[in-house]
Design a protein around this ligand. Sequence first.
Ligand code: HEC
Length: 98
Amino acid sequence: MKKISLVLMIAAASTLMAADGAEIFKAKCFSCHGEKAAKSALNKSQIIAGWDAAKTIASVTGYKNGEGGPMKGVMKPIASGLTDDDLKAVAATIASYK
Ligand code: HEC
């Protein structure tokens, strides 16, 4: 019984780490969207710093489904690589960048 709860705890902890918005932003978004999302990605995107989490989630979900602007091909593989939890976490982080 003890062993099982330990395994569950480890699983829970690694899930939490996987959905750390700031880490996800640094690893997957920072290179294009810049420090605190304050840059226009590849000089093409809007500046997404401070975007409402719901707006970011809708936009990134759109890229997953093949929607978006002229450079949507850049965002599609990135969007597809995010789980729903990752997206929620990173959207909350972006909303906090003002
Ligand atoms: C390789 C560069 C690159 C990376 C990495 C990247 N983006 Fe983007 N992003 C872009 C480009 C280019 C656009 C504009 C695409 C278009 O034309 O619709 C964009 C657009 C967006 C938009 C919509 C803004 C708009 O102009 O409508 C959101 C939201 C967004 N990205 C979020 C993210 C998030 C969240 C991550 C990390 C998980 C991320 N991006 C990683 C290049 C990137």
